[in-house]
Ligand binder design. Structure first.
Ligand code: ATP
Ligand code: MG
Length: 428
């Protein structure tokens, strides 16, 4: 794991570390403790209404989900900027509809610009580009997630976690300011674009996201992410993956404890079965979700897709039959790749997904092991389309009238255009 690249700081209760140069705003530097109090009525509304609540509401109160987390050992202070609402309004051009980058359960995400040093808004196209997430006035995921996001992301540093630049808390307004991720989410690239994401990018993204999770799991006090899914994997211009959305993150088990007990939250289609059944949360729950995303990357299919025929709607249930059998892997791979993928890479990814999706959490690999499996897959060049070329001349050979063989196979795409073509390919 890339431990050197990341750093941990003390996770304290409430939002700390806010910095503001202006003396007039000093009193607002630390969010008032009262703002973090979540009254029981609001809590119930959140649990019942959130689209990420996975257990029936009447079970929710049975599990203990302590929002207070113990501090971490090491301390690497991270300064978050505290913005005023007016500053963010100006930075996003009055939250213009055409600057909307997306919408989630929390609310809209806007593109904006701020000056390089500080919180002042900048002209569009100048200064630093940011993504501003605003909590809906009736935000169902609400204040609690906002606090968790600031708490975790404000203090965890790693190349594969999105950078939280700052926040705004004013009356009922709750906003978060992140580094802008040029290529948006993996969800967009896998499911909403007509051009398929090349295999090499898929591997790079899976590896980056795996490193992000490994960092969280291996810190001095482990963090379980709990909401690993394609919309929470953001991509920079080079397709480096960064995890966003720590609203559901949770401190992992301490000492000799094997799990933490929580109310069950997450997203349908990604949550580990034992977690949904028992509320027992371990880092292996994240590993299961990673397996689901790996399957989505491999197949180009959504984890849950009601538009597909019954029997194919739940990706994991449908894919299991193919994952275990090397000869059937062709049927699993995203057909839009037109065989421009590494055969060995597909085999390794399928085996890895199979292991991550094991029904027994103890049989799942750790995220460190996942990183070790994925790392060498970046360099594989054994394109499936090349194996077609080496096979098809025999299959497609027809004798011309003069007895010389004639090639009938005509590949739809040039090998030269392949994303894996480094000039070193050879057929196996
Ligand atoms: N830092 C960012 N840079 C660029 N685009 C972003 C950034 N953060 C979010 N987005 C865009 O906004 C969309 C909505 O993000 P958001 O995290 O609010 O919701 P979601 O992940 O789609 O759903 P959920 O609320 O269930 O997590 C993302 O899918 C992404 O396209
Ligand atoms: Mg998200």
């Amino acid at each position: 794991m890339d431990k050197k690249c990341g750093c941990w700081s003390v996770l304290k209760r409430g939002v700390r570390g806010a910095c503001k140069s202006s003396a007039s705003k000093d009193s607002a530097n630390t969010i008032p403790r009262t703002s973090l109090v979540y009254d029981a009525a609001t809590e119930t509304r959140y649990l019942n209404a959130s689209n990420r609540e996975l257990c029936p509401p009447n079970e929710a109160h049975l599990s203990s989900d302590n929002p207070e987390r113990p501090p971490l050992e090491s301390e690497v202070p991270r300064q978050l900027l505290q913005f005023t609402f007016q500053e963010l309004k100006a930075a996003t051009g009055n939250f213009r509809p055409d600057s909307i980058l997306g919408e989630g359960g929390f609310g809209y995400v806007f593109k904006g610009w701020i000056e390089e040093n500080g919180t002042a808004p900048a002209k569009p196209g100048s200064g630093v580009t940011v993504a501003v997430k605003s909590l809906k006035p009736d935000g169902l995921q609400g204040h609690r997630e906002w606090v968790a996001e600031v708490d975790f992301l404000g203090q965890l540093h790693h190349p594969n976690l999105v950078k939280l630049i700052g926040y705004c808390i004013e009356d009922d307004q709750r906003l978060l300011v992140y580094e802008f991720m040029t290529r948006g989410s993996l969800e967009n690239h896998l499911f909403k674009r007509t051009i398929p994401l090349p295999w090499s990018n898929r591997i790079k993204i899976a590896l980056g996201a795996a490193k992000g999770l490994a960092f969280l799991h291996n810190g001095p006090e482990p963090v379980i992410y709990r909401d690993f899914k394609t919309s929470n994997i953001l991509l920079d211009s080079e397709y480096n993956a960064k995890l966003s959305d720590f609203g559901l993150a949770k401190a992992g088990p301490q000492g000799d404890k094997t799990h933490v007990s929580t109310r069950v939250v997450g997203t349908y289609g990604y949550a580990a079965p034992e977690y949904v059944m028992t509320g027992h949360l371990t880092s292996k729950s994240d590993v299961y979700s990673f397996g689901v995303v790996l399957l989505e990357i491999l197949t180009g299919r959504r984890s849950m897709d009601k538009k597909r025929p019954s029997g194919q709607q739940n990706l994991v249930a449908w894919a299991r039959q193919f994952l275990a059998d090397k000869r059937k892997l062709d049927l699993l791979v995203d057909h839009r790749l037109e065989r421009q993928y590494s055969i060995k890479g597909v085999q390794k990814v399928s085996q890895l997904a199979y292991n991550c999706l094991s029904k027994d959490p103890k049989s799942r690999p750790t995220m460190d092991e996942v990183v070790r499996v994925l790392t060498p897959l970046q360099d594989l060049n054994d394109l499936a389309i090349l194996s077609c070329h080496s096979r098809l001349p025999q299959q497609g050979r027809r004798k011309k009238k003069d007895g010389t063989p004639q090639l009938t196979y005509n590949p739809s795409k040039s090998i030269r255009d392949s994303p894996l073509n480094t000039g070193r390919q050879h057929c196996r």
